[in-house]
Design a protein around this ligand. Sequence first.
Ligand code: ADP
Ligand code: MG
Length: 351
Amino acid sequence: MEEQVKVHIRVRPASQEETKSKDFRKCVEISDPQTLKLYFPRDTIRPFHFDSVLEENSTEEEVYDSTARDLVDSVLEGYHGTLFVYGQTGTGKTHTMGLLKKVTTKSEGIVPAAIKHIFERVKEGTVTLSFLQIYMENIYDLLNPTKKTLLLREDANSGIFVKDLTQVPVDDFSQAANLINAGLCNRIMGSTNANQTSSRSHIVLTLDIESTINEKTIYSKLTLIDLAGSERVRGTSSSGQRLDEAKFINGSLSALGKVICALASETSGHIPFRDSKLTRLLQPSLRGKVVMIATVGPSYASGSETISTLQFASRCKEVVSFPVLYDEESENPEPQLKIPSGLLEELEELR
Ligand code: ADP
Ligand code: MG
């Protein structure tokens, strides 16, 4: 079975700061629920088409329903699912994930909604949570900050995994929320302040599910990723740590771009997963069902970043994945078996 990566755009409402500015004007217009028209640069209009375009006033519930609900349903059928938010800093990635503030039963956003959705359906079985941060090509365990940086390992049985990553079984929403809240406090404080650092690292939350649903045992995994800000940080205005951070982010996001490009092109044989920690970690997930939400600001002033986000998002739309079902009828239904060894190579040949 073949499946296109689903790509959604979410437009952030103009901030007070933006609307106060005397030369504020909008450069995006949603002409129908799947089309965003970009008025940038001056005198050009470009339409972009996506699976959905979520307008400024869309609620968190609407966002969940159009982007994540089907994905989580697939995970509950036994497919691996990955959702990532991509976009310039300040466009609403963390807001969309629901991770700007502590997660509580009242929280909105994709992470709390997905966890609620999962626990509504998983009545027996195990849900295991892990939470990590990739900062300057180092992997940190957000559930155990005393650990040094973690290493990626690969073995025939479990595919790619993070060695020694803390994995905690959770029985309900509040246990999951408590871990996430602890993890959010453990984010690396970088050169300047927490907010800046969070925009310079990738945050990866994974829920492994082993459960019997509708009399079928499934072994699947939902990965939710808040990516680092996609903006280009200019070398000339940055120095030291800031510049190093920028190089790593540009490096890993451009590695992601190259992987997406290679996956999108029918002819390409080699997929450069190995170019960054992010792409290696995502390698098995990019073979499951994948959803991307690209966030953009409304204002003309951020037009050039908006163009590059929309172009990246358009490329992602071309990617085809081959989701594999992980249930009791799979060849090898061990819970730890994330991707059967040799499968990636086989898929590669099939392409
Ligand atoms: P990012 O993670 O992409 O850097 P944030 O999620 O931190 O961006 O959002 C930046 C600011 O914009 C925050 O103050 C957030 O509350 C606000 N914001 C983002 N998206 C929305 C939205 N859809 N509706 C209202 N406010 C939003
Ligand atoms: Mg953020």
